[in-house]
Design a binder for this molecule. Structure first.
Ligand SMILES: NC(=O)c1ccc[n+]([C@@H]2O[C@H](COP(=O)([O-])OP(=O)(O)OC[C@H]3O[C@@H](n4cnc5c(N)ncnc54)[C@H](OP(=O)(O)O)[C@@H]3O)[C@@H](O)[C@H]2O)c1
Length: 251
């Protein structure tokens, strides 16, 4: 396997579980040193670090709550202190609190507000902190959702909007950072068999399954492969783009 990311340092937020683990492993397979962040899963994060180190790269786990935008500066500072620099930021951490319509009296609007803080303001805070240390030709990749483009069912207005907001910020950031050849992109994932989708296997309503050209879960490895491509040397001219890896949900 060619080590196209050898000498690079990546941060994958939310690298303790799910897609974040697959992205961290895929980056390490290409030779990158990898920091992961987490908020609660200390043991799982430590286990991922061991998996990464076994591949011969440097790896660290850093606890940082993305629901507190003031945590972003210390997170980025620790990556630089522990791994020497930061070349690639992957904003993967998020929550998906869905299921209630906005006029449902039972909807927890305080939770919706926290979801906005984690999924949108936390990501923006990470990008603001990272641009202070990223070198020319650095990479910023954020994980979105097909729901950022298309709403095929009710009960997801807030989650979908947090992801749509990231697309707008990404396009603006791509314009702002183009002179430094820093690329900024979104990978819109589809339904994956992670904790976030826990309990949905075999239970998803037909309206959701039928809204995909290719039905079924998207393998996390395929989403991770798109991230690795955007992080790599062949993607230097792709910026302000949205890549859909979601079984044709947005087709
Ligand atoms: N799963 C899907 O079907 C699906 C579909 C489309 C898009 N996505 C997107 O794909 C990305 C990864 O999702 P996933 O399915 O892998 O989710 P997941 O299995 O629930 O894992 C979420 C990760 O984010 C971290 N995290 C959550 N809240 C955090 C916070 N406040 N601060 C820091 N880290 C936090 C978690 O850390 P802890 O372990 O410490 O809690 C964990 O590492 C997300 O951006 C999600 O929106 C997922």
């Amino acid at each position: 396997m060619s080590k196209t990311l050898s000498g690079k340092v990546a941060l994958v937020t939310g690298g303790s579980r799910g897609l974040g683990v697959a992205i961290a492993i895929a980056l390490a397979d290409k030779g990158a040193d990898v920091a992961i962040s987490y908020v609660a899963s200390e043991e799982k994060a430590a286990s991922v670090v061991e998996q990464l180190k076994a591949k011969g790269v440097k790896a660290v786990a850093i606890k940082a709550d993305q629901g507190d935008p003031s945590a972003s500066e210390p997170l980025i500072r620790q990556v630089v202190e522990k791994l020497g620099k930061l070349d690639i930021l992957v904003n993967n951490a998020a929550v998906a609190w869905q299921g209630k319509k906005i006029d449902d009296p039972e909807i927890d609007n305080a939770a919706m507000d926290r979801q906005w803080t984690i999924n949108t303001m936390g990501v923006i805070a990470n990008i603001r902190a990272a641009v202070k240390v990223l070198p020319d030709r650095g990479r910023i990749i954020s994980i979105g959702s097909g729901l950022g483009t298309r709403i095929a069912f009710p009960g997801t207005a807030d989650y979908a909007a947090t992801k749509a907001a990231i697309v707008g910020y990404t396009k603006g950031a791509a314009r702002d950072l183009g002179s430094r050849h820093i690329t900024v992109n979104v990978v819109q994932a589809g339904m994956m068999d992670t904790d976030m989708a826990a309990g949905s296997k075999g239970k998803l309503p037909p309206i959701i399954m039928e809204s995909h050209a290719i039905q079924g879960y998207v393998p996390v490895e395929e989403v991770a492969a798109a991230v690795v491509f955007l992080a790599g040397p062949d993607a230097g001219s792709i910026t302000g783009s949205v890549i859909d890896v979601n079984g044709g949900f947005t087709a």
